[in-house]
Design a protein around this ligand. Structure first.
Ligand code: DOR
Length: 425
């Protein structure tokens, strides 16, 4: 594609007013535009058979910078995001230094401003150093933090979580909770279920997750905070969140592709199946699908958590927890949930774009004239095989290695500027 600032993509299906419709899609610089068909100054790009989506938003990624740039950087992470069709992500604070006050979050913001290829919004930590003992300087971070999270760790102290909720409420921010009660982790490396028993591996009981969600819902009754549950993986968690929503609390939640598409009996003794929370039972997976269908689960995030190949090479026992997620999310979800008729393409768009933006206060995207041109173009019919080695992310390890999928992202633009171009247009 040339670098002409006036372009019309012709013959595409465009997400417009909540539905995909056949329509030409024009941009002028960073803005969605409309041109006369005979205007020769406009570059015409044949996009027949392709789908134009508003840019996806992932509220849960680990970009590892500052502190762990041997695993990923803001530059490589955001390139991977663009290749996955994302134009906005929220980056978790398990960094070094942990963004837990104004100075430390500004150090991260500076790298974002310098290197990010898409919109990257940093989380501020809930507790100092994510140690769970003292509240972070949430006031100092508020102008820069998209929300607050201690992701990577559960907040063990009830008192600390209550204080955090009260402060976040005053600041008008969401608490995004990694729910993990350490009393029930027991050195577990995978789900405490059939696979763990069969192979004699230490398991993480589901109560470690849903127990802490229950505690937090109780605290919502006291604090009235806006609360979001990260990476929901268990059936009981879905039930607790459903009840909390029905009772009127301000709760949302996310799950990730691997929890929706895999169960523990699909595991192999390979680090690519190891993450926290772990892949659970088939009953849990089905309950998550149910949660997607009835709206209990609001959005799908990736929990993109890149590690080096070496760190992931030690099987289920010895590998670090976390997998690369951004470049496999859309095709695996499209293939597993949309092509199978479980959800519509529109619902997937809501889960990957509209809902996360709304909950976290990110700018909404409407692909209408005068609006910001953040979009991604996808060839839904294109079949390909997922290989972590093809990823732009430095994290090459994926649960979906070797799987045949449909739905290839061919182009992503942020503010009309190319963020990813596969070179086929
Ligand atoms: O699998 C995970 N990896 N879960 C987390 O909560 C943290 C993440 C990481 O930072 O590697």
């Amino acid at each position: 594609m040339k670098s002409n600032s006036k372009k019309t993509f012709t013959g595409a299906m465009v997400y417009d007013g909540g539905k995909f419709r056949p329509r030409d899609f024009s941009i002028d610089g960073g803005i969605v535009a409309s041109f006369d068909k005979n205007d020769d100054s406009v570059e015409k790009i044949d996009a027949k058979g392709l789908y134009i989506f508003p840019g996806f938003a992932d509220v849960h990624v680990h970009f590892r910078e500052p502190g762990f740039s041997y695993k990923e950087t803001i530059k490589t992470g955001s390139m991977a995001a663009a290749r996955g069709g994302y134009t906005a992500v929220c980056a978790m604070p398990n960094l070094n230094p942990v963004p837990d006050d104004e100075k430390s979050i500004l150090a991260e913001v500076e790298i974002i401003q310098r290197d990010a290829k898409i919109h990257v919004y940093p989380y501020g930590a809930i507790t100092r150093g994510q140690h769970g003992k003292r509240l972070a300087d949430m006031y100092g971070m508020a102008p820069y933090a998209v929300a607050f999270s201690d992701d990577g760790h559960g907040v063990q102290s009830d008192e600390m979580m209550e204080k955090a909720m009260i402060t976040a409420k005053k600041l008008g921010k969401v608490i995004a909770a990694h729910c993990e009660d350490e009393r029930y982790v027991n050195g577990g490396v995978i789900n405490d279920g059939r696979y763990a028993k069969k192979h004699g591996l230490p398991g993480i009981n589901t109560i470690s997750e849903w127990g802490q969600i229950s505690r937090d819902v109780g605290l919502l009754d006291k604090t009235g905070a806006a609360y979001h549950v990260c990476h929901v993986s268990t059936a009981t968690s879905v039930g607790v969140i459903r009840r909390g929503k029905n009772e009127g609390y301000d709760i949302t939640c996310e799950t990730a592709p691997h929890y929706l598409l895999k169960n523990e009996m699909m595991l192999e003794d390979d680090g690519r199946f190891k993450m926290n929370p772990p892949i659970r039972s088939e009953e849990d997976r089905k309950a998550l699908i149910e949660g997607i269908l009835d709206g209990t689960i609001d959005m799908i995030a990736t929990d993109h958590a890149p590690h080096t190949k070496e760190e992931k090479s030690k099987g289920l026992l010895g590998s670090l927890m976390g997998v690369s997620g951004l470049e496999a999310a859309f095709p695996t979800l499209y293939t597993g949930l949309v092509r199978t008729g479980i959800i519509t393409l529109e619902r997937l768009t809501e889960l990957m774009c509209t809902a996360p933006r709304k909950r976290f206060g990110l700018p909404p995207i409407n692909l209408e004239v005068g609006e910001n041109a953040d979009f991604t173009i996808i060839d839904l019919d294109r079949k390909f095989t997922i290989h972590g080695d093809d990823f732009l992310s430095m994290g090459k390890v994926t649960v979906f290695e070797g799987e045949e999928v449909y739905g290839k992202v061919v182009y992503t633009a942020v503010g009309g500027r190319t963020a990813y171009d596969e070179g086929v247009l």
